[in-house]
Design a protein around this ligand. Structure first.
Ligand SMILES: [Zn+2]
Length: 243
């Protein structure tokens, strides 16, 4: 053993000799309590038709403060995108897909994806700030309510299934936020159900998503779906043709 190592060991031995062994030491505490919540309504079945994107945006009318933003389903190459920063390569994909969006939209995605209220492998989100304030950098406060409508094309009929979704939370909680969120959710749901193409409500039945294993490309818009079995393009709603 080199002399250098010996010296260090003997110095350490001396130090432990002079100190009693403590079962507990005085410590500084650090903790972070993050709390995210979301509520989702039943789905409303709509006949797909012209002006679909504009109609989805208009379903936030009366609630959205400022702009609403459309987030389309994830392209297959980014199918494992995840807002959990330590999870690579998912978090890198997430940033790649979302770095140009507004602060409100990124916050909404973190909240809604963290609690599994939406699945961007096959769903489209139109979201905005629905209630509350943002900080000077534009990020919603913990008691602000974000969300909007989530849609996907029904595998059997090709109808559009739309539901309302709201989310909130962060480094704090306030007792009245959940009640406010329930009110906003009801209002959004009425907007969805009041759409001229609405033909009734449906229970939400999620298709089996298997991120990254899809690969069927839409002949109409070129979108490559991350779903293994998909009959309608998650992005444009056209029938997928099989080779
Ligand atoms: Zn398509």
């Amino acid at each position: 053993m080199p002399l250098f190592g010996k010296n260090i060991r003997s110095a350490r031995d001396k130090a432990t000799e002079s100190l009693p062994l403590l079962a507990e030491v005085s410590s500084h505490e650090f903790s972070l309590k993050l709390s995210y919540s979301a509520k989702s309504s039943e789905g409303v079945r709509l006949k797909a038709g012209p002006g679909l994107v504009a109609r989805l945006h208009s379903m936030l009318a009366g609630y959205v403060k400022g702009e609403s933003e459309l987030v389309e389903p994830l392209p297959v190459a980014l199918g494992t995108a995840s807002p959990f920063i330590a999870r690579l390569p998912g978090s890198m994909q997430w940033l790649q897909y979302n770095h140009k969006r507004s602060a409100v939209t990124r916050h909404a995605l973190v909240v809604l994806e963290s609690v599994d209220a939406i699945d961007l492998v096959y769903e489209t989100l139109v979201c905005g700030l629905l209630s509350g304030e943002t900080d000077p950098l534009g990020y919603p406060d913990y008691n602000a309510i974000v969300g909007g409508v989530v849609s996907h094309f029904d595998e059997v009929t090709g109808d559009l299934i739309v539901r309302a979704v709201v989310g909130w939370g962060g480094k704090g909680v306030r007792g009245d936020t959940e009640r406010n969120a329930a009110g906003v959710l009801a209002g959004l749901f009425n907007n969805v159900a009041g759409d001229t193409h609405a033909i009734g409500t449906v229970p939400i039945d999620r298709p089996m998503a298997s991120p990254g294993s899809g690969g069927l490309a839409c002949q109409h818009c070129g979108f490559v779906s991350g779903l293994e079995r998909v009959f309608y393009c998650p992005k444009c709603g056209m029938r997928m043709l099989r080779a």
